[in-house]
Ligand binder design. Structure first.
Ligand SMILES: [Zn+2]
Length: 41
């Protein structure tokens, strides 16, 4: 169970949470998003 946040754009798991911006930022593609991991079935 390593399903924390993953980038919805590139599926990278190298995602950090920016407290300043209150959103998640992908370190690989730079995409930022404001969602928790979606458990896509
Ligand atoms: Zn990404």
């Amino acid at each position: 169970m390593a399903a924390d946040s993953s980038c919805p754009q590139c599926n990278s798991v190298n995602v950090i949470f920016s407290k300043k911006r209150r959103l998640h930022v992908c370190e690989d593609c730079g995409h930022s998003f404001d969602i928790s991991p979606l458990n896509l079935a």
